[in-house]
Design a protein around this ligand. Structure first.
Ligand code: HAM
Length: 425
């Protein structure tokens, strides 16, 4: 094999794409029902957009971005996530001038140079929602309920929603300092990454999966104990709204996220069925980011679902949701093939899925193909039928056949199939 996909990248093949189409169509429907509008931003942005929003010290920016220089020496990166780009677009296009409250969604590929493993790719896809202009906690709840209803509608009902608050610029610095002292006193029991993190980004240590680090943070101070009054009220308000909407959640005082722009509410939807990559979706509030990137001082909250992880769970849950043709046309001989070709074109124009046999020679082979496609009705046209101005309709399940005239066959097939799509025409 001369060429193959590069490591961490994969083809999404036809046997899998129906899951993708179903997921994306359901997401679009759920967004529409909550008044979210679609936005599409470029895959490449200035590197600085990501480093300034996600944070220089995060793994994403310090290790995982696909960055390069263009011919003019400008630093560019493939987007590792969508939030920074959507915030940039919100500011650049002054979307806030029409109304600061904007509900936007975007679906598409992201790129992170991580070590590939189950549920982790270098190109992956996110279903992303951003809600601008409302300080919450009602909008926090709306965002979380929206993600939950997407999972629920798709049939994933066993995800755990973990919710935390990361505090705000009033209360987080004290917590960060307290945590840093705690970690520095125990530096020798931390992994080498966390030793570095304890200096640069101590909250990330709370999230480390290395057993030694987990043990060390088990008794670490909790941010929930030091939240300021406003943050505490915000969290209580969110919990009240979640209770109102019947969405179950687990308080997760050690939940931190791999991006620095968050304040107050953070959350993840997790599963036990994907091994180490247990987060199917994650999100939170990022009240300072719009201002930090040069826009007005407006709050925001959002989430992103990892489409590959979601679809892996769907594949375990149920068979591929692929559709079936409405009609299979088996033509034998040149004249019959041409007649079927014309009828198929007319049926398709009228909105029916009509398959014509390719590759399979002979009636038996064509019927086998029709069976494989799962069609309920096949039209058989041989030389004799052509000569008689007739065709055979076969019920693929019972094997029953009926002879029909070919005069006005297109409207007749249309009528019979649309009136009774699952049974013989
Ligand atoms: P994130 O937690 O970095 O958040 O990513 C969100 C989701 O994307 C994860 O929960 C996971 O399902 C999926 N994901 C991340 N990395 C990979 C990967 N390498 N392979 C497969 N799936 C992956 C964000 O990106 C934020 N922008 C979410 C957000 C939106 N916060 C506010 N608004």
């Amino acid at each position: 094999m001369e060429f193959a996909t590069i490591k961490g990248f994969k083809d999404i093949l036809p046997e899998e794409t129906p899951y993708w189409q179903e997921t994306e169509a359901t997401a679009r429907r759920m967004f529409q029902l909550s008044g979210f509008q679609e936005i599409r931003t470029p895959l490449i942005e200035a590197t600085e957009l990501f480093s300034r929003s996600i944070g220089e010290e995060t793994d994403i920016v310090s290790k995982e971005m696909y960055s390069f220089q263009d011919s003019k020496g400008r630093g560019l990166s493939l987007r590792p996530e969508a939030t920074a780009s959507v915030v940039r677009a919100y500011i650049q296009n002054r979307l806030y001038q029409q109304d600061p409250v904007q509900k936007l969604f975007t679906i598409g590929p992201m790129f992170r140079h991580e070590r590939p493993q189950k549920g982790r790719f270098r190109q992956f896809h996110q279903i992303n929602a951003e809600f601008f202009g409302d300080p919450g906690p009602k909008s926090d709840a709306e965002i979380i309920v929206l993600a939950e209803s997407l999972f629920h509608t798709l049939g994933l009902k066993d995800l755990t929603l973990r919710v935390n608050s990361l505090g705000c610029p009033t209360c987080r610095p004290d917590f960060r300092a307290e945590l840093q002292i705690y970690l520095q006193d125990r530096e020798e029991s931390l992994c080498s990454d966390c030793r570095r993190r304890s200096r640069t980004n101590p909250l990330r240590v709370l999230d480390c999966k290395v057993p030694g680090c987990r043990e060390t943070v088990a008794d670490a101070p909790l941010i929930l104990d030091v939240l300021c009054d406003d943050c505490r009220r915000h969290l209580e308000g969110l919990q009240e709204y979640l209770d109102l909407s019947g969405v179950k959640y687990t308080p997760a005082p050690r939940l931190v996220r791999g991006l620095d722009y968050y304040s107050r509410t953070t959350f993840e939807f997790q599963t036990e069925r994907l091994g180490a990559q247990n987060a199917v979706a994650g999100g939170g509030r990022y009240d300072g980011l719009v201002k930090q990137l040069g826009g007005p001082d407006l709050p925001a909250i959002g989430f992103a679902v990892g489409a590959e992880r979601l679809i892996t769970l769907l594949q375990e849950l149920r068979p591929c949701p692929a559709g079936k043709p409405d009609l299979f046309m088996a033509a034998l001989g040149d004249a019959a093939e041409k007649a079927c070709f014309g009828w198929a074109a007319a049926l398709r124009r009228a909105g029916l899925w009509a398959e014509i046999g390719y590759g399979a020679k002979g009636l038996k082979a064509q019927m086998k193909k029709a069976d494989k496609l799962g069609v309920s009705t096949a039209l058989i046209l041989g030389e004799q039928e052509m000569a008689d101005g007739q065709a055979i309709l076969r019920d693929m399940q019972s094997g029953q056949q009926e002879t029909i005239g070919t005069r006005d066959i297109v409207p007749m097939l249309l009528k019979r199939i649309t009136e009774n799509p699952a049974s013989p025409a």
